[in-house]
Write a protein that binds this ligand. Structure first.
Ligand SMILES: Cc1cc2nc3c(=O)[nH]c(=O)nc-3n(C[C@H](O)[C@H](O)[C@H](O)COP(=O)(O)OP(=O)(O)OC[C@H]3O[C@@H](n4cnc5c(N)ncnc54)[C@H](O)[C@@H]3O)c2cc1C
Length: 306
């Protein structure tokens, strides 16, 4: 990696958007953990983002995109390199389609909540399943986020990407390889936007479904503590939470990291948990569940840093 003072100085000169140096990740991750990030930058336009990516690539500075940090653990040693936040790229555009459908184009930083709210106001159906998922469009597409019978892959029509050289291209749905909580992307590619296919629906039915999902989330999820949603992917046959409970791990703690008493697939931060405590608990859960049930739980939450 190039000399840190030099690349950070040049990055600052190149950007009109905000850039934070040695920024603690704990103020950003939904779990409230993580050490300092060498540079956290907020491009103000897609062109600026492309320029940042190209610059970091040439300087061989590691980089990653972040959205709303709701599926992310940053380790206590922090991140060496640059995290590129899409937060300031959040426009939404709606177009009517010839077949009566609606095409919703969203920039990567748009919160899913904005897409759900727009759907509610305009009576578009298709995005209801996203109600209550706190991610951004970029994070949701990358993770193929899903809940209550829907997944991003069901509504996503195309994705716009920036490659590691800073070039932009659009990828059609037929060429996107989605799987459970994943979209295959070439390394270091950044999603800058996505188009979704929605339909015009019945306003009351859409509102009812959204309310129903929000109520279920409030009832079942430990939203009173900091969390990152489901920590593990659900095996095909049985939900991860049920396996964790069956292994007797409900409520288990390391420091302030705890297997939620309300929903065992959530590991919550009850106060001052560190990334390493969360990770320690994740590993114990994987080990014990495997020993007792034969299921190898795979992590859903992403871990970065050192
Ligand atoms: C209370 C709660 C409930 C949740 N419920 C659900 C649920 O029901 N279903 C579900 O699927 N998830 C759920 N989640 C997890 C999380 O909200 C989703 O995975 C969400 O899609 C992550 O989006 P994000 O913007 O926060 O991504 P981040 O956490 O910022 O990033 C996640 C990953 O995506 C990558 N990424 C982010 N933006 C981009 C981009 N523009 N280009 C390329 N890669 C990118 C990051 O590098 C990282 O690897 C929940 C989380 C919480 C806290």
């Amino acid at each position: 990696m190039a000399d840190k003072a030099a690349w950070r100085g040049e990055l600052r000169e190149r950007m009109t958007g905000r850039i934070l140096f040695d920024e603690p990740a704990e103020g950003h991750t939904s779990l409230g953990v993580g050490g300092t990030i060498d540079a956290l930058c907020f491009p103000q336009s897609e062109d600026e983002l492309a320029g940042v990516v190209a610059f970091l690539g040439v300087r061989r500075v590691p980089f990653l995109a972040v959205g709303n940090w709701t599926n992310l653990i940053v380790l206590s040693g922090g991140y060496r390199g640059a995290l590129i936040s899409t937060t300031d790229l959040r426009s939404l555009t709606v177009r009517d389609e010839a077949d009566g459908g609606v095409r919703l184009e969203a920039q990567a930083g748009a919160p899913l909540a904005d897409l759900v709210n727009l759907s509610l106001c305009e009576a578009f159906t298709g995005m209801e399943f996203c109600a209550g998922i706190p991610g951004s469009v970029g994070g949701a597409v990358r993770m193929n986020a899903g809940a209550y019978g829907g997944e991003i892959k069901d509504v996503c029509r195309s994705v716009r990407l920036i490659d590691p050289q800073g070039a932009t291209r659009s990828v059609r749905r037929a060429d996107l390889v989605f799987s459970y909580r994943n979209l295959d992307l070439p390394a270091e590619s950044i999603i800058i936007g996505a188009a979704f296919s929605l339909r015009r629906g019945e306003g009351d039915a859409i509102a009812r479904r959204i309310q129903e999902i929000i109520a279920l989330r409030r009832e079942k999820h430990p939203l009173e503590f900091r969390n990152a949603g489901s920590i593990f992917k659900n095996p095909r046959e049985v939900p991860a939470g049920r396996l964790i409970e069956a292994a007797g791990l409900k409520g288990m703690r390391i420091g302030d990291a705890q297997v939620s008493e309300k929903h065992c697939n959530f590991i919550v931060n009850r106060g001052r948990a560190t990334a390493e405590e969360l990770l320690g608990l994740i590993e114990i859960v994987q080990k014990r569940v495997y020993e007792q049930t034969g299921h190898a739980l795979e992590r859903e939450v992403k871990i970065i840093g050192e």
